[in-house]
Design a protein around this ligand. Structure first.
Ligand SMILES: C[S@@+](CC[C@H](N)C(=O)[O-])C[C@H]1O[C@@H](n2cnc3c(N)ncnc32)[C@H](O)[C@@H]1O
Length: 440
């Protein structure tokens, strides 16, 4: 692909990101699937352009708004601005990229040319930018985040706006961390031990895990270190009855299965139930379970009221990994910032309380109810836990720092009602986790 064709591809993909509800990386993959002529360098260059524009969108839009006259920011104008501001290209080079030839973007219209002239030589940051713009945060969330993080606001957002590393969870029932690491290094994949999760590895350079022997044999799974920690904080053990109430495609179910020894001799003594409202999502775990040699996970679609009733008061552990705003995963899905609205957030908050109440019925006396989100917003986190405990006095919040110390030798991050993980503070995705216990 020519440099111009790469820009045209980025514009087309960004237009889809603006209108679809699909993750940007899936849109990029779908774009290239029928375009076999594009080589790996083209795919990488286009992908980087798309993510660069998304990660810098508010600041690019600020410049466009100040310099584009009546034109509204669009995928095309953002790509144009990114070439001038992020790449520092000259107007002459921009004209040769937007030259209207076969696969390149069409030539600049007079108003676009004027915009390009105004943006030439500009640097991304400007002292007149408001904090929400500097931090790439939707305006309606700016005040909430200022209150949440205070002096750390800039640092937290910069980390949430940076690309995420690739983490691996080692199936410790089948292989040690060192053995998995060695197996990957034989295939030239360099990793380091994760600092917080005792079962994690972090890739030093990006690589496709799906092609490795360790992955195909079910020795490893791709999973952010923060997710690994949530599963560990459940303290699931062989012989227990454990329910993963919002299991989705089973990321944490697989980690729980490993902790419970479901890949070995303990399989017959333990019960692991994976629930979800979505049959389709649940079926996404079948292949993963098979690959990891986990056979006896019971899947339960939540419209099956009878099976659910049979589980009431029986579970040692119920993990409620609720549907949430996903703000903690912004470094993987930076486009999600623009899709979240106050109404959507309200919907999540209402649903979370309902799910928590329904899931709590399955917990047996002295059993644990583990509430988790991949969000840093208090309204989805400690506020939900406090509301739940206020209305359900048979549950108490357990001091999570004690649980943390039992599952990892790493120092515990500051914790009150629950534990907060963020890219800036723990170098993981953003998560919240609180553990409650049903009193006897
Ligand atoms: C954060 S995702 C779960 C991710 C999964 N635990 C993992 O580690 O891969 C939330 C899941 O909650 C499910 N969900 C949404 N509403 C629900 C409800 N009312 N009850 C149970 N699950 C629900 C969604 O289908 C989605 O799969």
């Amino acid at each position: 692909m020519t440099p111009g064709a790469r820009l045209a591809a980025a514009i087309e993909i960004l237009e889809s990101v603006d209108t679809a509800n699909t993750a940007a990386d899936s849109i990029i993959r779908a774009y290239f699937r029928p375009r076999r002529y594009a080589g790996s360098k083209d795919r990488r260059a286009v992908g980087e352009r798309v993510f660069d524009v998304i990660r810098h969108r508010t600041r690019l839009d600020w410049w466009i708004a100040g310099a584009a006259g009546d034109m509204q920011p669009s995928a095309r104008l953002r790509v144009l601005a990114s070439v001038l501001i992020l790449d520092g290209e000259t107007l002459a080079n921009v004209n040769s990229l937007f030259d209207g030839s076969a696969h390149s973007p069409s030539t600049l219209a007079p108003a676009e040319r004027q915009l390009a002239e105004n943006l030439e030589g500009k640097s991304l940051l400007h002292e007149a930018m408001p904090t929400g713009v500097i931090n790439e945060v939707p305006e309606w969330l700016d005040e909430t985040l200022q209150n949440l993080w205070g002096d750390r606001y800039g640092q937290e957002m910069a980390s949430l706006n940076a690309p995420a590393p690739v983490d691996i969870r080692v199936n410790s029932g089948r292989v040690s961390r060192e053995q998995a690491r060695k197996s990957l290094s034989i295939e030239n994949i360099k990793t380091e031990l994760t600092e917080l999760s005792p079962v994690g590895l972090r890739l030093i350079e990006r690589a496709r895990m799906e092609d490795t022997k360790a992955f195909r044999k079910g020795l490893i799974e791709v999973q952010d270190e923060g997710s690994q920690l949530i599963a560990l904080l459940c303290e699931a053990k062989p012989g227990m009855t454990v329910v993963d109430y919002c299991a989705g495609a089973g990321g944490k179910t697989l980690a729980l299965a490993d902790a419970m020894g479901l890949q070995g001799a303990e399989a017959a003594n333990s019960t692991l139930v994976a629930c979800d409202i979505s049959t389709q999502r649940l079926s996404g775990m079948d292949e993963r379970l098979k690959r990891c040699g986990v056979e006896n996970v019971q899947k339960l679609v939540l419209n099956d009221k009878e099976s659910l009733a049979a589980l009431e008061g029986t579970a040692d552990r119920v993990l409620v990994d609720v549907p949430c705003s996903g703000t903690g995963a912004w470094r993987r899905h930076p486009e999600a910032r623009w899709r979240l609205t106050p109404d959507r957030l309200d919907e999540h908050v209402r649903e979370q309380q309902k799910v928590l109440v329904a899931a709590s019925r399955l917990v047996k006396p002295r059993g644990h109810l583990i509430y988790a989100t991949c969000s840093f917003l208090p309204v989805e986190n400690e506020k939900q836990v406090k509301t739940f405990i206020g209305q359900n006095p048979s549950f108490i919040a357990l001091p999570i720092a004690n649980i943390w110390r039992r599952v990892t030798p790493a120092p515990c991050p500051p914790a009150e009602t629950g534990i907060h993980l963020t890219p800036a503070s723990t170098d993981t995705d953003g998560f919240f986790c609180a553990v409650m216990q049903r009193t006897a």
